[in-house]
Design a protein around this ligand. Structure first.
Ligand code: AP5
Ligand code: MG
Length: 191
């Protein structure tokens, strides 16, 4: 199974990716987690991208693409992946499709977690993950989401494998809804 999770900051991408990975034995790949790990380890990528992550700006596409290529292909070859936080622009989606299609590892379903801004802000302020969970940076991340990722949802709209779920309910309820929606897609035989 090869899945994408798309949603605003705080929508629950990481939470739902974990639940799906456990349930279906998938590898959870989070672009944000990998980028933050590079920053913590002070790798050359980490030094290049720290300012973007701290400010809530998107990291350059080429950095993200290069970072994800190997783990995504490896995961696809060993049971599948659930990708959290990538793609988040139309350009990333197009570039990723070219690479994945050539290798036969393209995505089978994309799940959009829909949560209103007030709830997103509430969750992120409570969580306080680090430099990008201050109120000012959260507001900027939401702005970046509207500018860069809403167009991606529009680009994917109408595709049979694109599903939108109400992400405001409990994590367990959201998870069951996602699984129910996946069951209806032709690409899966979900048990
Ligand atoms: P990223 O790490 O992807 O952050 P984000 O999109 O801002 O999202 P979060 O991780 O904050 O939220 P989430 O949706 O995973 O929600 P979570 O499950 O944690 O990206 C960070 C940065 O990296 C970007 O700003 C950018 O700089 C860079 N980056 C990453 N990908 C990139 C890309 N493709 N291109 C360029 N740059 C990129 O939940 C949030 C909180 O809510 C938690 O406390 C959780 O417990 C709680 N919660 C979850 N679900 C529920 C629920 N149902 N009810 C109540 N609470 C809930
Ligand atoms: Mg996350």
């Amino acid at each position: 199974m090869r899945l994408l999770l798309i949603g605003a900051p705080g929508a629950g991408k990481g939470t739902q990716a974990e639940l799906l990975a456990d349930r279906f034995n998938l590898t959870h790949i989070s672009s944000g987690d990998l980028l933050r790990q590079h920053v913590r380890d002070q790798t050359s990528i980490g030094q290049r991208i720290k300012a973007y992550v701290d400010a809530g700006d998107l990291v350059p596409d080429a950095v993200v693409m290069d970072m994800l290529r190997k783990p995504v292909v490896a995961a696809a070859e060993s049971g599948g992946y659930v990708l959290d936080g990538f793609p988040r622009t139309v350009d990333q989606a197009k570039a990723a499709f070219e690479v994945a299609h050539a290798l036969g590892v393209e995505v089978q379903a994309a799940v959009h977690l829909d949560v209103p801004d007030a709830e997103l802000i509430r969750r992120l302020v409570v969580r306080g993950r680090g430099s990008d969970d201050t109120e000012e940076v959260i507001a900027h991340r939401l702005q970046v989401y509207r500018e860069m990722t809403i167009p991606l949802l529009e680009y994917y709209a109408g595709r049979e494998w694109m599903v939108t779920v109400d992400g405001t309910r409990s994590p367990g309820q959201v998870h069951e809804d996602i699984v129910a929606r996946l069951r209806k897609l032709a690409a899966f035989e979900v048990s």
